[in-house]
Design a protein around this ligand. Structure first.
Ligand code: GUN
Ligand code: ZN
Length: 436
């Protein structure tokens, strides 16, 4: 494979940023993408195939088109077995009744192996070429997840969880163990020597950590120049509890700010109830919010208005947040985001503009890449980036979308987003590697 040139011929549908940094849908009806060692060398418009030097030429069939791979910026791999459970509860009760008891089971490496093998294979098949994972409190289980991503060739951030507030069920580590295990986990990931898999600092949320631990994690992130992920301002009860635990911090955001956890490589899930002052801080620090609309609805957390976030220049990505989210599929989250935005629109005056299919397509691809600060590598198919791509076919076998008349590519994109599923994702490539 090394050194060989691969040429993909067919239409591309993707988002780009125009000169004034506005998101645009780009459709190249007749494109050629030349790939070497996983990297896009050049994107041709109306290519003369015989003029392009390539070792392997792949021509898409009529009706098929290429899109950039999907990016799930927030998913709890350990929670997969809880999908669909406990949505009669809200966040804090759901965590106690369902989530923590399941997560305790990952001291069993065999169980971890079985679940993570499924999660990585399934998310790849659903078109998730990059996943930002909350792994486990336990190092060994977390490393098993990282190895699965490396084995099946998924671009992944993998976070060993940090929780140092004592609990009766012992589902926590004391501060010094949490720090020592985090350092060991980072070194163990580096020892895998897999450029697709990176460690990410993962304090679970403000409620499960002391300020001392949060500050130490901020220092480790700086020392290794690592990404950081957590949850923020998801649920009203959670925010009230945060104020009780951190009385010096007037807002949730100021807890993370005080601990120096807010950087341009920080992604915070939810952000449903952020105050204006918090948006200012997040904007200053260039930290991103990950919108998890399915989870926010299932756990009755609330309606997150991402138009407000975006008009305050906050970068937004999408997350399944399984198992708060009931589906590993980013397409499903795109639909939830559209519905939530329409529901918000019902309560606003006519000037409010709900998001549309181009917005969610952007959020699931280039927007996610920007949130994770990896848009120099992925997010769309342009020269210099990695070939993380999906081949979409609305004529695929058992397609849930009919194709009884012909549609423009833009209409096919809409129909894929609203009504398609993984049966329409017929091939998946990560860094040039065909993984489906
Ligand atoms: N806040 C802290 N932990 C979690 C979790 O596992 N899921 C969600 N949705 N929110 C959290
Ligand atoms: Zn979450």
């Amino acid at each position: 494979m090394t050194g060989k040139k691969f040429l993909f011929i067919g239409p591309i549908v993707q988002t780009i940023k125009n000169k004034s940094a506005k998101v645009e849908l780009q459709i190249i009806e007749d494109a050629g993408v030349l790939v070497q060692d996983g990297q896009i060398l050049e994107v041709f418009k109306k290519p003369e195939v015989s003029d392009i030097e390539a070792d392997v030429v792949t021509k898409l069939d009529k009706g098929q088109f290429l899109v950039p791979g999907f990016i799930d910026c927030h998913v709890h791999a350990v929670q997969l077995p809880n999908i669909g459970l406990g949505y009669d509860k809200s966040l804090l009760d759901w965590l106690e009744a369902h989530t923590f008891p399941l997560e305790l089971k990952y001291s069993d490496n065999e169980f971890a192996d079985k679940v993570f093998d499924f999660v990585v294979k399934r998310t790849l098949s659903l078109g998730t070429t990059t996943a930002c994972y909350f792994a486990s409190l336990y190092n060994e289980a977390s490393l098993i997840l990282a190895k699965k991503a490396a084995k099946y060739h998924q671009r992944a951030f993998v976070g060993k969880l940090n929780m140092d507030r004592a609990r009766d069920d012992n589902y926590y580590e004391n501060k010094s163990l949490s720090i020592a295990n985090t350092r060991k986990f980072i070194e163990d990931i580096y020892a895998l020597k897999c450029s697709l898999v990176s460690p990410i600092i993962t304090p679970r949320f403000a409620l499960s950590c002391t300020m001392e631990l949060l500050k130490e994690l901020g220092k480790i992130a700086e020392e290794y120049n690592l990404h950081i992920q957590s949850h923020i301002s998801e649920n009203i009860g959670e925010i009230a509890e945060c104020k009780l635990l951190f009385p010096d911090c007037p807002t949730y955001t100021e807890v993370y700010e005080k601990a120096k956890l807010l950087t341009s490589k920080t992604v915070l899930a939810h952000g449903v109830y952020l105050e204006d002052s918090e948006l200012k801080i997040l904007n200053n620090r260039k930290s991103a919010i990950i919108h998890c609309p399915s989870s926010n609805t299932n756990l009755k957390s609330g309606l997150c208005d991402i138009q407000r976030l975006r008009s305050n220049q906050i970068t937004v990505g999408l997350g399944t947040d399984v198992a708060g989210g009931n589906n590993l599929c980013i397409l499903d989250v795109m639909r939830s985001a559209l519905q939530v935005s329409n529901h918000i629109g019902f309560m606003k005056d006519k000037s409010y503009k709900s998001i549309n299919y181009v917005d969610v397509f952007y959020l699931a691809t280039l927007g996610g890449a920007e949130a994770l600060s990896i848009d120099d590598k992925v997010g769309n198919l342009v020269a210099g980036k990695k070939f993380d791509a999906l081949v979409i076919d609305l004529n695929a076998e058992d397609s849930p979308v009919d194709n009884l008349k012909s549609f423009s590519l833009e209409d096919q994109l809409q129909r894929f987003i609203y009504s398609g599923d993984d049966r329409n994702i017929i091939n998946v490539y990560v860094e040039g590697h065909k993984v489906k």
